[in-house]
Design a protein around this ligand. Structure first.
Ligand code: 26W
Length: 808
């Protein structure tokens, strides 16, 4: 078969053949979309062959397997990364070229699966790439949302959400696996019977939803491993036609139809903000239960019924608390279905489940009303209560006091709520934070009580990003330059990027580095011109803040600073500065009022600047519409300055910071999350650190002694900028439009924007000066790329494996 060969000629034949058979078309008549589909299908054929071989080999493997459960996988497009990991970029480019097609024109035809909000989902996707590339056996498990994260439009100066129907034209990369379809049960009530002196529990009058898996292959880079990302889709067990009209069956069937129709319909667009929506709880249980049923089925196929072996052969990793119901669900299966006693089941669960925390934001902590849990998942709720009862009894014993306040803080169920984080910390064998600072805060603050009892359970493993997507795929120019300079050992050992360090002393190299950056800036300029009709000048500094919109991330600090610069320009006819393009990319959760106001403010600033020809010479503010993985791939390589402004202590890690760094942007940031470790890598002369440290923030919060109004009163520049928010300068058509931002900053400012402003503004002055010193700036940029290897997710995954999973 020609399609099983990878050479150029057979690729060409395969593509032409696909177009013929799928579309009845010749290359000349095919649309871009059809060409994409044909090209991707040929890649898929190759992957399928590897996948079959890998699964075959896996059958004889009796090693440990990882199930990585995450409610989000923000994978981004697959075509290019798959070709890259199959080591076929050269052949594909050449084959397509000979067919008169540019691969670059085909790639954007792929709809981006936006099955995630931000950091947590993107991290899961980077992890899948690294797991496969390190040949570690892992299955990612999630929900196959029919609608991913909304698409963002900017209309009349504000964000408008439109649905993301990413599956409309089909998804080439998935294959259904109907043989693994299973049932998930909701509602009903628990009944008991006695069996050999033991009380057995079972659910009655429940509603059934079927979980149908769709598998996506995850190809490792230059190796034989092809792991699986399994996405569960909800389906109703029976069609209404078969339900009898005369009995209660009809209503039940109707309800089941309804339930199935909504469960895997849409991804919740909230990031770092929890709302106790029942449907969300259904989603979490749905994919968690289906995954565990499958994991146990596979375990039994491999090892028979000896479930004592489970912890040795399976690790269930839960990505934040969202899949935390894996804990009571595994208990339920072991006890109710496998007939195990509580103690034995508990001992197994405690050795099988590991948990990563991704945020300390109190409003993001997942808690469910006990009533809701009881109604929706009565048996699971019973198990949670029993876990809680035993936990509280142990704690009362340890503290010699049943009313010690720590017990209520650590309880799984307390004050009518189920506390998912407490459940996960208590029942997991490992709890980790995602940067060194975050791990420390978990131990000292968030989970302090638990840490005091079981310190060895806790660790910190700094996040990472796959350098294959974020450097090799996104930045071909820099990739070639690096390889020409230091060879290609860094591809498999990204820490070797540090070999690039001496090149910063080489003027010729610096020039080439600058040329690569410039061409990436041109590429971005073309991209945003085509998509939004906006002109940006690649000869200005590209100053970028791209991440979800959240008050703690402080896009406001950036925005207020731009207003101050604007005033300096307007007030002083002699004022000059290095011309800058400020680029924002951010989606706001649709229900997050303040976040949406901040978007309006940024768009208003952009307009205000456009009204002044003098300001326009030095400042340009652009808002990149619908920031997603694909646009990040164009944006990151084009950035000169990376804005990482979170209030210290709030950003668990950040991963965008790493993507910018790897692509040679210099960071301006607080000592927060992984910024601290970027600082450690590059040294203070290659990063702009400003603002309060996390312990200072904490002290200030605890003393409650911050009055932003004092800063407003004493800092003239700041006062002028803030006044412009409400005096009609910023929004002449509606001066009151942004008054809530103004009031929030002046009278509350919970994220210390005004407090850190002075320090930020000073750091920005240094950025301005240093950027004009080309040699100095390029040295800094090169240092950032050279020291970024440690932030490859390959390093992260190796650490997880050594400390937590012990695969292979
Ligand atoms: C239930 C609502 C909700 C939704 C998502 C609560 C919390 C989340 C996520 C845990 C938020 C998140 O994405 N956290 C980010 O995780 C990244 C990967 O570890 C970190 O780099 C970011 O700092 C952190 O904000």
């Amino acid at each position: 078969m020609p399609t099983t060969q990878f050479d150029k000629e057979s690729i060409k034949q395969a593509i032409i053949g696909k177009l013929q058979r799928y579309n009845g078309k010749t290359l000349e008549d095919a649309t871009q979309q059809q060409i994409y589909y044909a090209v991707a299908s040929t890649v898929r054929d190759q992957i399928m062959q590897k996948w079959v071989a890998y699964k075959e080999q896996e059958k004889h493997d009796d090693g440990k397997k990882l199930y990585y459960l995450s409610v989000e996988f923000l994978t981004g497009r697959s075509l290019y990364c798959n070709i890259l990991n199959m080591c076929s970029v050269g052949n594909y480019k050449q084959a397509l070229k000979e067919l008169g097609i540019d691969l670059k024109d085909v790639l954007p035809e792929e709809p981006e699966p936006g099955l995630g909000n931000g950091g947590l989902g993107r991290l899961a996707a980077c992890f899948m790439d690294s797991l496969a590339s390190l040949s570690l056996p892992a299955t990612g498990c999630t929900i196959r949302y029919e609608y991913g994260l909304f698409r963002q439009k900017l209309i009349d100066g504000q964000q408008v959400e439109v649905p993301d129907n990413w599956l409309d034209n089909g998804n080439v990369w998935e294959v259904p696996a109907p043989e693994d379809t299973c049932e998930v049960h909701f509602g009903g009530h628990v009944e008991t019977y006695e069996d050999a002196g033991r009380i057995m529990y079972y659910l009655k009058d429940y509603q059934t939803v079927e979980a149908v898996p769709y598998d996506v292959p995850v190809v490792g880079y230059d190796c034989s491993t092809v792991n699986t990302l399994r996405m569960w889709r909800a389906r109703s067990p029976k069609s209404l036609d078969f339900a009898s009209f005369s009995s209660g069956d009809y209503i039940k069937a109707m309800k089941e139809q309804e339930l199935a129709a909504v469960i895997s319909k849409v991804l919740y667009p909230e990031d770092n903000h929890y709302e106790g929506k029942e449907l969300r709880l259904k989603q979490h249980y749905f994919f968690t239960s289906a995954t565990l049923q499958y994991a146990l089925k596979d375990f039994k196929r491999r090892f028979g019924g000896n479930l004592k072996l489970l912890p040795e052969k399976v690790t269930i990793h839960i990505n934040d608390t969202h899949p935390g119901l894996a804990i009571p669900e595994l208990m339920r299966i072991l006890i109710d279905e496998e007939g195990m006693g509580w103690e034995e089941a508990e001992a197994i669960v405690r050795k099988t489940v590991a948990y990563t925390n991704h945020t300390i934001m109190p409003e993001a902590l997942e808690r469910w009303p006990e009533r809701m849990m009881q109604k929706l998942l009565p048996r699971i709720y019973m198990i949670l209560q029993e876990i809680n009862r035993r936990l509280c009894a142990r704690l009362a014993d340890i503290y010699h006091n049943g009313t010690d306040p720590r017990i209520a803080r650590m309880a799984v169920t307390a004050y009518d709520m189920v506390h998912m984080a407490n459940l996960c910390v208590d029942m997991s064998y490992s709890v980790n934070g995602v940067s060194q600072l975050h791990g420390k805060i978990l131990q000292e603050v968030t989970f302090r009580d638990f840490y005091e009892l079981q310190p060895r359970k806790f660790s910190a493993i700094t996040n990472g990003i796959t350098h294959r997507r974020w450097l090799m795929a996104a930045n071909g120019g820099l990739t070639s330059l690096i390889t020409e300079t230091i060879g290609d050992s860094w591809v498999k050992q990204p820490e070797q990027l540090s070999l690039l360090l001496p090149a910063r002393d080489d003027a010729a190299f610096r020039e080439r580095f600058e040329a690569v950056k410039h061409s990436n800036k041109v590429r971005f300029a073309n991209f945003i011109k085509a998509r939004q009709g906006i002109d940006v000048d690649p000869d200005t500094m590209f100053d970028v803040q791209a991440k979800r919109l959240h008050e703690y991330k402080r896009q406001l600090l950036n925005a207020v600073h731009i207003m101050v610069l604007y005033n300096r320009i307007m007030d002083d006819p002699n004022f000059e500065m290095q011309p800058r393009t400020f680029i924002f990319g951010a989606k706001a959760s649709p229900a997050y009022y303040m976040a949406k106001q901040i978007i309006r403010m940024i768009l208003s600033i952009s307009k205000m600047i456009d009204r002044s020809p003098r300001a326009k010479k030095m400042l340009n503010v652009v808002f990149l519409e619908n920031y997603d993985v694909s646009s990040a791939e164009v944006l990151m390589p084009a950035a000169d300055l990376s804005e990482q402004l979170s209030t210290a202590g709030r950003e668990a890690s950040g991963t965008g910071n790493m993507k910018f760094m790897m692509n040679g942007a210099v960071t301006i940031g607080t000592m927060d999350g992984a910024n601290v470790e970027i600082y450690d890598q590059v040294g203070q002369e290659n990063i702009y650190i400003f603002g309060m440290r996390s312990n200072t923030v904490r002290d200030l919060e605890q003393s409650g002694g911050y009055a932003p109004i004092h800063i407003y009163e004493t800092n003239t520049e700041l006062r002028r900028a803030l006044t412009a928010i409400i005096d009609g300068s910023l929004t002449p058509q509606n001066p009151a439009m942004l008054q809530d931002i103004y009031h929030n900053l002046l009278f509350s400012d919970p994220y210390f924007v005004l407090k850190d402003f002075g320090s930020y503004s000073m750091a920005q002055r240094r950025v301005n000066d240093d950027y004009q010193n080309r040699e100095k700036w390029l040295r800094m940029a090169i240092t950032n790329t050279a020291m970024s290897g440690i932030f490859s997710s390959d390093r992260t995954i190796r650490e997880y494996n050594e400390k937590i999973w012990h695969l292979r």
